[in-house]
Design a binder for this molecule. Sequence first.
Ligand code: ZN
Length: 463
Amino acid sequence: MSVAENIYSRLPIWGQNLAVTAYGVGWYWKRLGPGFKAQTESFRRREVWSLDRLMEWQEESLGRLLVEAASSVPFYADLWTADERAAARRGRLAGLPLLEKAQLRGQELRFLRRGLDAERMLVFHTSGSTGTPIATHWTVPELRKAMALREARSAGWAGVSFHQPRATFSGRMAVPETQVGGPYHRFNAVERQVYFSPFHLSATTAGSYVEALHRHRIRWLTGYAVSFYLLAQHMLEQRLEAPESLEAVITTSEKVTPEMRSVLERAFRAKVFEEYSTVENISFAGDCEHGRLHVSPEAGVIEILRPDGSACELGEAGEVVATGLIRRGQPLIRFRLGDQAAWDPEPCPCGRQLPVLQEVFGRLEDVVEGPDGRRMVRFHGIFVDLPHAREGQVIQETLHRIRVKVVPSPAWNEEDVAEVRRRIRARLGPDVEVVVQTVDVIPRTAAGKFQAVISQIGGETTG
Ligand SMILES: [Zn+2]
């Protein structure tokens, strides 16, 4: 815990709300300050462009990025061969090597464009659940542009806005983890935003979460899909009613299964929209009114590749590789996201020509199955907001037994163990046996990769 977090955790709840609001003033300026409105308008304007025109725009933007990377980003300047530099100058992505997470981890600063001062940039970390967190560096205008994109093509398509009251489940620890008794949210009065704690959510506390939705007349929900799903389950079981004001649920981070979608829509009586992006912010896609996942070409170039590196045909599933166009200060080029997807050959009835992704799957080894047959992907979400776990890995040994390996920090305790069990059972059902094991290290694969989820059942149907 940092000094600031330590002081914060000792404040009374009204003091914490005040602190969250004060903190919110700074963030409001960083996220929705000068330029946000104009950027939102330009995303809206381009949304109706023809595909050709969008691709031309993207090609031009990518061309500039690659030239900059070859000459002024130390990592690429050192790594790329003469041939690769030539490919970069011609704007030919296919001539460049793929980038692995392991290459980025620990040397994030070598990806910063020369002349940028890391100290003056914003830093966001990816979650530690897939290995040591990666530091992503942003300039304020880059953050604003990313927010404008979400305002136009995520909130906007769902009929809501960042200027309306919303509630979020996110990695921010607004409620001290040691707190016993409610409320389990804090309120940022500047953005009229309720921050929910994913860490305190349970059958006993669910009522307090729903009350906050009513009290602040929340219009939309956004954040961790699984946390909202767990809240929705409690609401249905306890007949807790969502407020009438609620219009949309926009999920991030985790894949929404059809079962989750139906539970969310029944509990919140609002339409669910999925957002597909990553903390690295190198790609962005959002559901339109017709529930089709449209990619925003201005956010990044998405390639879907076969194992031999060639591009997949429309409708053919392959590995997603992305090159971000918004975060130009720390460019990630041909970054392997670890997801599988396919381009949808069918045009969308909404009329937008923004390309459509067919379902995005986690890696195959990311699928975890419950004794009753339910399947979940992106299961590493169970380590979200477990600050005492430095690294974690989920191993499905049989249909009925999950082993969780954790590299603990000194503060790791019995409550954390119980929390891991609770989260896994909430997702896979009460009958699953959960073995939590603390270890010094989680071994990497021969290729040096960290595996967040390992399935040892290989398609068996009995355990
Ligand atoms: Zn559409």
